[in-house]
Every structure is written in C-alpha cells, then in structure tokens.
Design a protein around this ligand. Sequence first.
Ligand code: 17E
Ligand code: FE2
Length: 411
Amino acid sequence: MLLQQVHIENFSELKDIRIENATFTAIEAHLEPQAGEEVIDLAGKLVIPPFVDPHVHLDSTMTAGDPEWNESGTLFDGIRIWSERKKTLTHADVKQRAIAALRLQASNGLQFVRSHVDVTDPDLTALKALIEVREEVKDWMTLQLVAFPQEGILSFPHGKELMIEVAELGVDAIGAIPHFEFTREYSVESLHFAFEVAQKYNLLIDAHTDEIDDPASRGLETMATLALESGLKEKVTASHTTAMGSYNDAYVYKLMRLLKMSDINFVANPLINMYLGGRFDTYPKRRGLTRVKELDANGINVAFGEDDIKDPWYPMGNGNMLDSLHMGLHATQIMGYSEILNSYRFITHNGAKVMHVTDQYGIEVGKPANLLVFNAPDFYTTLNERDEMLYSIHNGHILVSTKPAKKYLHF
Ligand code: 17E
Ligand code: FE2
C-alpha cells in the first residue's frame, strides 16, 4: 500500500509512506507506485500514530444508571454503586460490554488500551472475562490488564491473597489504591506489597494514586521511592495523582527531585478528574487534576486516559481520546499555539511509553504499519474542528475508514 503526500506529525514537508507485509518499508518525499500496489492519494492530510488509552475501566463500562445513577458525583458514591453492580456481574455481561467499548474505541482511532479490572471480588468474574477478551481482540487492539484492588489490598478481606491469585492468572500490571486504604500505614504497606508481587511475577505497576482532594494523601512519594530503590522505575505508573493539585509548592519542589530520579510515568484522566474533583469544595473550587504542565516541563512522562465510558464514575464517555485531550488542555492551561499543535503526544507517544509498547510504535521504517489519517493538515486544526479520522490502519490493514459527511447551508 502507498499513502501519498501526507504531513507526518505536523511536519510541513509532504511525504509518501509505503507499507508492505504489515510494516513501514519506505518514507520518502516521493515514491513511485509499484505494479499492482494499492495507492491512496491523501494530498496534504495529517498522519499520526494511533491513539493510546493507558487508563480505562472496561469491567464497569456501560453500566451507568444500573443500579442507580451517581447523583452526587463523588468517587466514593461511584465505588459504592459499583460494589452493588459487581454482585450481578456475569462472564457474558462483562465480555459483551467490554467488547462493545473496545469497538467504540477502535472506531475512534484507538489501537492500544490498558484497562484496570476490579479484583476485589472473590470470584474474579470480571478478570476472567477480560483475559478472554484480551485474546479475542488482539488482531485489532492491544489490550493490557491491570489487577486493580478497588476496595483496597489491606482493607478488603483476603486482599493480598486475591492479588497473588490474579498475578498467577495472567495480568500485565499490578495496581493499588493507597488513598482508599483505611489508614496511612495500610496505604504504605499496600504499595510495598504491590511492588513485591510485581517483582516476583515480572509485571508492570499502575496504581490509582492519591485520587482525592486531600493534600495529606502522599502515596506518590512512597511509589516513587519504591520505583527508584527497586529499579522498576519506568515500569511504574502513578494514575490520577490528583492530590498533587492540592499539595503546597514547597513540598512539590522537594518531591519533583524524587519524581525525576524515579523515572515513573503519570496518567491524568481529565474528564473524570474534572467530574469527580472538587466535589467537597464550595468556592474556591479545585479543578482536581495533577500538575500536568509542571511534570511535563520537568521531563516526566505524562499521558492522558479516558478512565470511564458511561459507568458509576462518569455518566458520559464516547471512546474518543480527543475529548480527554480537549478537556485536559483547558483544565491544565496547556494552550499556547505550539502546545496545542503538539498535544497529540499526550494521547499517542506518551501513552505508548506508559504501556511499554514503544518498540512497536511510531511512524518509522521497520516498525509495524499502524497510523491514523485525519481530514486536516495539522493537529491544531484536527483537535479544534474535530475533523474526521479518514483511516485507522493497523498492521497494514484498513481497520476503520470514514466518509466525511457533507453539510449544506441553506442561506
Ligand atoms: N475507581 C476508582 O477508584 N477511581 C476511578 N476514577 C474509577 C474507578 C473510574
Ligand atoms: Fe481509574
């Protein structure tokens, strides 16, 4: 296949891209079509690598309103409502909803997704279903699963045993929820335990960390210290870290040195952080996001996730990473022109780094032929105008194509 005349990642000069045997084989200013080669003339369209969602919950997706809507909009009501819905989960129910959400995500250009899966369930219904889903979708979606102890490791009956059981069942990453544990001591111990399990089973770590507007919630410093001292470093991801939006500047100054030394990744979930955050404030009202701009300026990897698609923690969600990004740029004020132009990295390259898939990711000769084409010349225009995704190409095959709708003005 030959894609003609595209702007790769906003690059002003136009390039042709050749794909053979599921791989990029040439990227040049001009390539002559070969006999029998499929040619797509893209005349000045934007090409970027596929979208990555490094943080979503596919076990709870599409359950919003069942058994009740989260009317308060707090994290804690979300956990309460989900713990009711969890009692009625079946294998088929989880698979059907998860695959529907993944198809929606794929239709919007996602090719890499990391799902947290609640494992505070003695039957592990959701995890067993999602392990099957991971296999069933692998031709069109790279899916990673995180063992997420929603109700705590130390604070849930047999929480530690469950984490070991799921490590043996075959997850990609170990999670934790330090801010939800009963005490600070449990919080610290849960993180030590998560690191021990990850090391023993050679897994990545991705913990919901300090997802609370409480400046005293300091799981992050423990995570970063363990990452540094264990050597797990960039295999570790701190998700949410919204308490950092409430930490004082003197503490963050000190913390930043440790964060840089630790090489850990961050995932912010702008839609959900804005929705759940600040719920106990009157005014001034906090935005509930971590310090994305400052972390990024310090060279620390930050990606954006979608977190929820219609579940007890968020009534909306459509599987489109452009929504997360749009909200994230506003909430963190990363909105200089070149910042907007280059902001696709929060939902592409930075997420690929979180998921440890960079060896198979990016538009370079020799890499798997995965890319998106948008109906605009650059990413600033794409994000602002929500121009159509014309193609999602995966391993050299067209996974999704879109015919732009035509609008008529009758005046
Ligand atoms: N569970 C949790 O603890 N936090 C979240 N943001 C979601 C589930 C979605
Ligand atoms: Fe989450």
